[in-house]
Structures are given as structure tokens and as C-alpha cells.
Design a binder for this molecule. Sequence first.
Ligand code: ITT
Length: 195
Amino acid sequence: MQKILIGTNNKGKVKEYKFFLSNYFDVLTPADIGVNFDVAETGTTYEENSLLKLEFLRRKDLNMAILCDDSGLEIESLSGEPGIFSARYAGEDCSDQDNINKVLRNLKGKKDRKAKFVCVISFFWEKFSSFPRLFRGECHGSIIDNQSGNSGFGYDPIFFYENLAKTFANLSEDEKNKVSHRAIAMKELFSNLNF
Ligand code: ITT
């Protein structure tokens, strides 16, 4: 089977990419191949940060497909915060729960709860294209005060997805991976790969 390296240290992302890709690729993480994946996310967009991660791994000449993901939550009444800073919204070594608490604190008293998740995948595979490709997915929902559910990761317990009337953390793996920002970006990638 062809190998694909998923450039991330986020276990939640790894689980989702294994779901999407395991039928087609042997899915590896930097830890699996002894690579210390430590990239300064100095870009100002998801696209830039996703490519910074990809270029870090491309420089290692690994001779396999590489996929990186930069993603985040954008809340309308917080002017798009936390956005590209989603992972460390509440500080450098913060937990998912710290980030959720900060969002809910900042939203106190605000009526407009509209939000969206954004995912930008960068992908490089010599067999597919001689240059990196980008694929973006967005998923709309709203932020609820009473967090609910244990599935997924990150902000999933407070992201309410109206179409299924559940938070992302109350969706099954199958359900989230059909509708999420990541699923939409993956569909774009798959249709370009002719999978
Ligand atoms: P890598 O850079 O190693 O991939 P990271 O977690 O730092 O890991 P990002 O910089 O892309 O990745 O930050 C994405 C953050 O956005 C992530 O840590 C979550 O807090 C949030 N996020 C992204 N996708 C999410 C999802 O599907 N569900 C919940 N939260 C999500």
C-alpha cells in the first residue's frame, strides 16, 4: 500500500484522517517515523500555516505522500476569533477545556452565536502533482453555552450543528466525518485525485 504522512501532533486530527484515508493509504504520523514535528506557525492565514507544516516535512525527502492540516473555529461576534489561533487561544500549554472556557467567557451576553469551522489541507504527492495543492472546507454552526458530548476533540462540545441538531461532540465518527470542515476539504482532495 502507498504511504501517506499526516503532518500533525493532534491525535484528534490523526483519528479523522485515518478514517478518511486508511482504505487507500498506509497512514503514518511524524512520531511513527521518528520525526520531531515542530513547526512555528508564523503565517497569517490557514493556507500559509498549512504550507509551512507541509514544507517542513517535504524538506525531509521522505518519498511518500504528505498531508498537513491547519484549521480553526471562527466566531462571528468575536470578529472571527479564535481563528488561526484556535489551538492556543487560552495560552501556550492550554487544554481544550481552557479554550472552550475562554470562548464561553468572551461570548457572555452576546446574542449572535454564529460560528464556522475552517480546515485547509495542504497536500503533496509526486505521483499526483509536481507542486503542493490546497483544499479548503468550511462548516457552519453555532456556539452553545452548555457543552455536550465526548466525541471528537477541541471545540466540538460547544459547536452545535443545526442540520443534525447536535453538537459535533455528540455526533458519531461516521456522522462528523460526513459533514465537517475536514470532510469537505477531503472530498475536494479525493475528487482531484479521482478516488
Ligand atoms: P497540528 O498543528 O500539529 O496539526 P494543532 O492542534 O496545533 O495541531 P492547528 O494549529 O491547525 O492544529 O489548530 C487547530 C485547532 O482548531 C485545534 O487544536 C482545535 O482546537 C481546533 N479545531 C480544528 N478542527 C477541529 C475540529 O474538527 N473539532 C474541534 N476543534 C477543532
